[in-house]
Write a protein that binds this ligand. Structure first.
Ligand code: 2AM
Ligand code: CA
Length: 289
């Protein structure tokens, strides 16, 4: 007699699939669906401010990913962007009260929602799995370019099966660095602008493309040598932070402390330019700390 026959209330659990395979499957399936909905949003709402957008596509993609994860791992906890109220306090509370399992999935169904809404093709699905508070799997999928970034702790990071590797740029003057402007206009914006101002004179060029997770994936792939932004949430960063680290890069808070799930003010780099980045941000009073 199998589990279903013995107790109809116990859900059937599909076994024998690795969490990495489930993360990849969920991200690519959700990504394909998101792409199919580009230009076809039914519901556009704002969260805390007119700059903080959410669509029926964000909600639908998160529901799809939750369902897929729970099919394989019904006992695991899931922290998803759309299940948490806006703001730093709600985000910190959600992280600390995420559940009782040692396994926590951290899901951003559409990272770069503003881009998605405006048809700017730079957004992704970001899925991480943490074990006892440490990220062990990170998957980022960009459906517009069909690029899948995958990392497992201690096993490297891969872009479609090829090992991802950070850039070799040794100084900021030869680096392209990304910055960001999340919707928090009170605290984050003035700080990020101070950082941008200071960095602009030091780097080869700045970019601000509107997806924290994809910026991190690009640092991992050597397309950017650094990324800085204050005021991020765990789901923007968790998968990308592991992918950067496993590509040979470095991820810290803006004071240089090692990354953990609670870090909201972030510096990621190829490692070589990290200290220089931290110094510029510190000098500009742009750490947010
Ligand atoms: P999102 O598209 O998933 O909302 C842009 O600088 C980055 O900020 C994006 O990764 C974006 O993620 C993120 N972001 C958007 N709203 C945010 C918020 N309220 N707090 C922190 N980060 C946010
Ligand atoms: Ca996000």
């Amino acid at each position: 007699m199998n589990r279903l026959e013995s107790n109809p209330k116990v859900p059937y659990v599909v076994g024998s699939k690795s969490p990495t395979a489930v993360a990849i499957n969920s991200a690519s399936k959700a990504g394909e669906w998101i792409k199919s909905r580009l230009g076809g949003i039914h519901e556009l709402n704002t969260k805390q401010s007119p700059h903080d957008l959410v669509t029926d596509v964000d909600k639908g993609a998160e529901a799809m990913i939750r369902k897929l994860i729970l099919t394989h791992f019904p006992d695991h906890d899931i922290l998803g962007e759309e299940g948490v109220a806006p703001g730093a306090a709600a985000s910190a509370a959600a992280l600390s009260q995420a559940g009782t399992s040692d396994y926590l999935w951290i899901v951003d169904p559409v990272d770069g929602t503003t881009n998605f809404v405006h048809g700017f093709p730079f957004f992704c699905v970001s899925i991480a799995l943490a074990y006892k508070g440490e990220v062990i799997i990170g998957v980022i999928y960009d459906p517009m370019r069909d690029e899948l970034f995958v990392a497992e702790k201690g096993k490297g990071a891969y872009l479609h099966g090829q090992r991802a590797k950070v850039s070799g740029d040794g100084v900021l003057a030869e680096s392209v660095v990304a910055v960001g402007f999340n919707p928090d206009r009170n605290f984050a914006l003035p700080t990020n602008l101070r950082g941008l101002n200071a960095l602009s004179g030091e780097v080869r060029s700045l970019r601000a493309a509107g997806s924290a997770a994809l910026h991190l994936a690009y640092v991992a792939a050597g397309r950017l040598s650094g990324y800085y932004e204050v005021g991020l949430n765990a789901w923007d960063v968790a998968a990308g932070a592991l992918i950067v680290a496993e590509s040979g890069g470095r991820v810290t808070d803006t004071a240089g402390a090692p990354y953990n799930l609670g870090v909201r003010h972030l510096v990621a780099s190829n490692g070589h330019v990290h200290q220089e980045l931290l110094d510029v941000i510190q000098k500009a009073d742009a750490t947010g700390l």
